[in-house]
Ligand binder design. Structure first.
Ligand code: LMR
Length: 329
């Protein structure tokens, strides 16, 4: 009889599909451009471990470090297209996406320390900024710290005049472009994966980095001087493809959300420590001379660079800049 036959085949079909469904995890490809042994690399792995354990294999986070999968300039599009599900680009890399507001974090000397920064990232200002990503098909989940940046070059640099005429690599941020120009530097936008090579062949003379990126990319092999200028902040927004995020089963989204909250605490706990260790590692290598400016010398740099805040009021929003001053002031 036809009905029984149909019923039986349907049952067989369901039964054969069941184990397959149970075995096929939801995959989250998490791509980033730095080494594994950096604050971001370690936090990404920490997050992946938590999710993979707690979801009992139903969600599988795969971390691809070192620009292995996508480089700067490719990864945002890959996220929007759904080729990867998760990224943690530096806040200096959202301009090309059409959200230049994040470049407020690039303004030189806008934060004196992590505490001031956290008042912004953990408060309403930080939340509102992440919301601006949603029309781009992206959900912002968290801010992860790296550190304050130092300049490097192959000649001693300290006073603003020492920078004049140097060519330096920057991330794709208009604020960083102006920051370099304020010192008479010729800035060159370049993907992170290409910096070591560019420094070693002399395509650029220098750059700026948190120590953890400088050391793990072996830039100490190709830069003779590092100025501990700590002139600007570099940190990340962890972001996901919105369609993917909205389509997750609620229980899985909860597991991921909780793991992200814990990974964020971890990331921000290890950031300073890793960077301090890596300054020491650079020093120990004996290859890069570390120049520590006095307060007065640092103030000279600040005086030269502060005009960048004014120059970007229109692009970033005078209100946002004022609100950050207020929050940190
Ligand atoms: C850079 O391009 O210098 C950084 O954004 C790399 C990173 O992800 O820390």
């Amino acid at each position: 009889n036809r009905r029984i036959f149909f019923g039986a085949s349907l049952l067989a079909l369901l039964l054969s599909a069941l184990p397959a469904a149970a075995q096929t995890p939801i995959v989250i490809k998490f791509s980033h451009v730095v080494a594994k042994d950096t604050p971001k690399g370690l936090a990404a792995d920490y997050f992946a471990d938590l999710v993979n354990k707690r979801s009992n294999g139903k969600v599988k986070v795969e971390v691809y470090p070192n620009s292995q999968l996508y480089k700067d300039g490719e990864e945002m599009e890959a996220l929007q297209l759904g080729s990867v599900q998760m990224l943690a680009p530096s806040l200096a890399k959202f301009g090309p996406l059409g959200v230049p507001d994040f470049e407020a974090f690039d303004l030189p000397f806008i934060f004196d320390n992590y505490d001031e920064l956290h008042r912004v990232t953990t408060g309403p200002l930080g939340k509102n900024l992440l919301k601006k990503l949603e029309p781009k098909g992206i959900v912002g989940l968290a801010y992860w710290d790296n550190a304050f940046k130092d300049f490097s070059a192959n000649k001693p640099i300290k006073a603003p005049a020492d920078f004049k005429g140097l060519k330096m690599r920057i991330q794709s941020s208009k604020v960083l472009d102006s920051q370099m120009r304020s010192l008479g530097v010729n800035p060159q936008v370049m993907a992170f994966s290409e910096v070591y090579q560019a420094l070693s062949t002399g395509v650029v003379d220098g750059t700026e980095n948190p120590p953890s990126n400088f050391y793990t990319q072996k830039m100490h092999e190709v830069q003779k001087y590092m100025l501990r200028s700590q002139h600007g902040y570099l940190g990340y927004a962890v972001i996901v493809n919105k369609k993917f995020w909205d389509g997750l089963p609620a229980d899985m989204r909860k597991i991921i959300d909780d793991a992200m909250a814990e990974a964020t605490v971890y990331a921000n706990k290890i950031a300073k420590q890793k960077n301090d260790e890596d300054v020491e590692a650079v020093r120990k290598s004996g290859k890069t001379t570390i120049i520590v400016p006095t307060d007065a010398e640092r103030l000279e740099l600040k005086k030269a660079m502060m005009k960048v805040h004014r120059e970007h009021e229109n692009r970033i929003g005078a209100d946002l800049i004022k609100a950050i001053y207020k929050e940190t002031g």
